[in-house]
Design a protein around this ligand. Sequence first.
Ligand SMILES: NC(=O)c1ccc[n+]([C@@H]2O[C@H](COP(=O)([O-])OP(=O)(O)OC[C@H]3O[C@@H](n4cnc5c(N)ncnc54)[C@H](O)[C@@H]3O)[C@@H](O)[C@H]2O)c1
Length: 471
Amino acid sequence: MNYIDRTSSSRREFLKQSGRVAAATAVAAGAVPHVHAAENNTLHVALIGCGFRGTGAVANALAVRRGPVKLVAMNDVFSNRIDTSLRNLTRAVEARYDRLAHEGYESQIDVPDEQQFVGFDGYKKAMDCLKPGDIAILATPPAFRWAHFDYAVSKGLHVFMEKPLTVDGPTSRRMLETGKQAAAKNLKVGVGLMSRHARNLQQLHQRVRDGELGDIFLMRAYRMHGPGGSVFSEPWPGSPSELLWQIQRFHSFIWASGGVYSDFYIHIIDHCCWMKNAWPVTAQGLGGRHYRGSWVDQNFDSYAVEYTFADGAKLYLNGRCMPGAHFNFSSQLHGTKGCAIASRANDCGGPSSIFSGQTFDSSKRIWQSETPPDESSPYQNHWEALIDAIRDDRPFNELQEGVMASVVSSLGRKAAHTAREVTLDDVLNSPEEYAPGLDQWTMDSPPPVQMKDGRYPVPMPGLVTDREYPM
Ligand SMILES: NC(=O)c1ccc[n+]([C@@H]2O[C@H](COP(=O)([O-])OP(=O)(O)OC[C@H]3O[C@@H](n4cnc5c(N)ncnc54)[C@H](O)[C@@H]3O)[C@@H](O)[C@H]2O)c1
């Protein structure tokens, strides 16, 4: 999907996802329990990375029940992404959602030209527009997360940042250290693993905790669909710069995103581990590149990874981006007392269900989740929880699980790319950093992988085993 397609189709999607209509209806009905109107109660937001999800996260932030929240600064490496994001947030179009959104947003967006920053160092300038206790939204590709998080914490800002948080060992360790500083400063940290805020999965999680499934011994997670995002790439066309082009196509490059494996599969891996209440200790896996044509990205088209937990339980992850192949995007749990559908569709779609026995026979269904209509968006639920925690000064720190879910994603990816059994410790303690020195990059910096003869280095399982691809 190209850039224009993504932004225009995403518009309707993030408005739907944000649950804004419900919020506006609640306001009209006088049902909002606590609204701060005074300017000194306004939480200011800076958006770093003004693409699809960053814009959606701002929409969620502006729609929270316990506002006001105001967008005051933006940063991107492309000026047109700032323009598009602002346009998507403010313009009124014919759709009902958009009119409501527009009415709500106009007074909540105040980003004058001098608070729009283009470039790699613009994140500092955007965050410098905030005061301690305001919020930074970090929504670039994950490679940049550690540097942006570090600055946000140094400035005393609460943070909402998108998944994955990391794609390698050194940046994972760095993030964990910075997370300790955030905790010491009582900063709230939200991480975009929104499955954990999906009501169906929260209800299932509680039932699993209460022992209704017995001991979980097997989990199955599937994300198998056609091509999506920027997973497949043709050779760099020569413009924009190779670095900026790779950033635009970040799903194609392991340094930028961990590739399709980390960026796409992390949600479903994370919520399975959450249900198990543990992280796996080892993984082995396989995958391959099939119908490549002129695509030269670093991804496999299919992945099959077997994760093993300390108690011997397994998580099988099947990922595939291939047109014409069987579609399955769901997750299931098997325990000693029964089985469950966790996500029925997509990353965390409900309803979730529990069954007696080990088959998903509707006659054996003993429970099904129920989600209140105004809590149907996990994205909006997440923001309500974050803002509530800030307003009430309650603990809210998702850093540890965000880093570990990212490390577990890197674990499966590395196992498949090297064709070796890999341990969680191997990944967490690895010295290999995929984009060293990125905090010093300028627009003229070379990317960490460069095209040679029209190709990029790709994993060579069994042949290159000490790292994920030859350099
Ligand atoms: N939780 C979810 O459901 C969900 C959904 C989509 C994306 N995401 C995550 O959100 C992040 C962004 O994904 P997206 O789909 O919005 O991508 P995107 O390409 O639409 O947006 C990313 C933006 O960041 C900008 N950018 C890149 N590097 C930058 C830098 N160093 N400084 C400033 N700006 C920079 C890009 O120009 C782009 O505008 C990814 O980590 C992705 O995994 C999460």
